[in-house]
Design a protein around this ligand. Sequence first.
Ligand SMILES: [Zn+2]
Length: 267
Amino acid sequence: MKFMYFFDNNLKRYTMYGKRMLHPAETGSYQNGIRTVRQDDVNIWFYTKGAQTIAIDSGHLDFKDAEDAVKSIRIDPDSIRHVLLTHSDVDHCGGVDRTAKRKLFPNAQLYLGKGEEVYFDGNFCRMIKAGIPLMNPVRLDSYETVRDGDIFYCGDIKVQVIEVPGHTAGHVCYIIDDKVLFSGDCLAVNALGGYSLFDFFTQNPTLNKKSLIRLKEIIEDSSVEVVCTGHSGIWDYSPKIFAHIDESAKSSLRNPFDPTASKSIRG
Ligand SMILES: [Zn+2]
């Protein structure tokens, strides 16, 4: 297994234990036609309008009982025709990776930011830890690329793309039906508001902060009501969401980012 998948599936929960960094939403139904499945530390989001449901991100590679979890919120994974990927990290694309034993959404068209393709030719590393370059092992069979400002429809569902590079090279956020922002991993949010996501996981923290200033301006001028994050759950939109974007989120055993988060990402 590729190292970043091995880390994600086997080591991450130990390195994160007690730090209370991440606080995903529990599996279930929320406002504005939103549902989610929690896979330990990350959410797969779903948005439904009429008879159509789209997914935003796809969770971990071969996550235990992944299909049953989706069925538990009354969604048939085989019925998903569109998956909007915020970025190509293992915890967001694992469910649809070509190496998955069974893809979570086998009938879906995938959408991914054009800038994420730099990871796929194996020459651009995702991060360097202890001097070791770590490559992004995600590979997708087929996908459509999206760019900043793109607006398209999945059936009746309107999708607007905003490029927010920084966490990864081609990270994008999606505004759905002008009302819901799916922010992926640019923001970490706690009771005090939103911060630039933890530097440890972020390819270019300075660029992420710059992108967040622009995202804030776009959202302030929009009619967005709800923000769904990759690892900090779901929030009603208020200016607090962008209150601390000039700072990186930090967490430690002594000073946890979110004291209301559980100690274990499995808890
Ligand atoms: Zn993530």
